[in-house]
Design a protein around this ligand. Structure first.
Ligand code: ATP
Ligand code: MG
Length: 257
């Protein structure tokens, strides 16, 4: 049975997509059968993996419209152990229809039932909102991974998210847990990092993961070439940090060490 992890926080630009894509790729490098699902209509995960429109045969909108089986929406990637379901929501009209179809909180969960046994990990990249598709993602998940942009006070967003998680737990998905909080764009010796870290630790110390993701300009370069960092510059500090994150998650979930 696979572990389903949603990468989620109601705050834009903190690194949800970057972490979802690079964590999924790093798990695949570690030969864990991994499925990445792009649940953000903006479709940034597809860009990061080099999927142009002509390479996308079906995706998340077909799952919600019930027009195609989920199996048909799965795409192979450059990594043998990584599969991908893109967010193929193209026009405003489709977007409206899509929003309506996400009102049913159980669509994604029901679809995933038929394929989840094929994977060790399923990683879902969520949009920066807590409605519709995010509710579907959290309703399908075992846990959530919360990225925090280092140096930016995100306490309010984390509080809001934890409240939302508790609501999901109470209503539809009692098994939902916090996988952890991961600091992104981490700058070790910066005062503002120190302050934001201290604030967060006061309240959520137990959730904070050991791995931090540093600032890496190579990430933007890698995205430009449509590759996760491990396929672009495996020996870079950033790629190694994502491999460390995958290792930390594997250790937590597979009782290693
Ligand atoms: P949205 O809420 O809009 O979906 P997001 O939370 O998914 O945003 P990303 O798209 O992953 O955020 O990242 C925002 C920007 O920050 C991107 O340009 C990305 O390349 C950059 N970025 C993310 N993480 C890092 C990092 N560790 N080092 C340098 N740049 C980064
Ligand atoms: Mg994103």
């Amino acid at each position: 049975m696979s572990k389903i992890i949603s990468v989620c926080i109601p705050k834009g630009g903190v690194g949800k997509t970057t972490i979802a894509v690079n964590l999924a790729a790093s798990l695949a490098v570690a030969e864990r059968k991994t499925l990445l699902i792009d649940a953000d209509p903006f479709g940034a995960s597809a860009i990061a993996l080099g999927f142009t429109q002509n390479k996308i045969k079906a995706g998340i909108s077909d799952i919600f419209n019930l027009s195609k089986s989920i199996q048909f929406t799965i795409h192979n990637t450059e990594l043998k152990y990584l599969h991908f379901i893109p967010a193929n929501i193209n026009s405003i009209r489709l977007d409206e229809k899509f929003s309506k179809s996400t009102n049913d909180r159980s669509v994604l969960k029901k679809s995933l039932k038929s394929i989840r046994n094929q994977y060790d990990y399923i990683i879902i990249d969520c949009p920066p909102i807590l409605t519709g598709i995010t509710t579907n993602a959290l309703n399908s998940s075992n846990s959530i991974l919360i990225p925090i942009r280092s140096g930016h006070l995100s306490l309010e967003a984390v509080d809001k998210l934890i409240q939302f998680v508790n609501w999901i737990k109470d209503t539809t998905n009692p098994v939902l847990e916090i996988e952890g909080i991961v600091f992104n764009m981490y700058e070790k010796y910066s005062k503002v990092t120190e302050i934001s870290e201290k604030e967060l630790k006061l309240k959520y110390k137990n959730y904070i993961l050991n791995t931090v993701i540093p600032v890496s300009n190579l990430l933007n370069e890698a995205t430009f070439y449509g590759k996760p960092l491990c396929l672009y510059r495996i020996n870079s500090v950033g790629a190694i940090a994502f491999l460390d994150l995958a290792y930390e998650i594997i250790c937590k979930n597979e009782n290693i060490l």
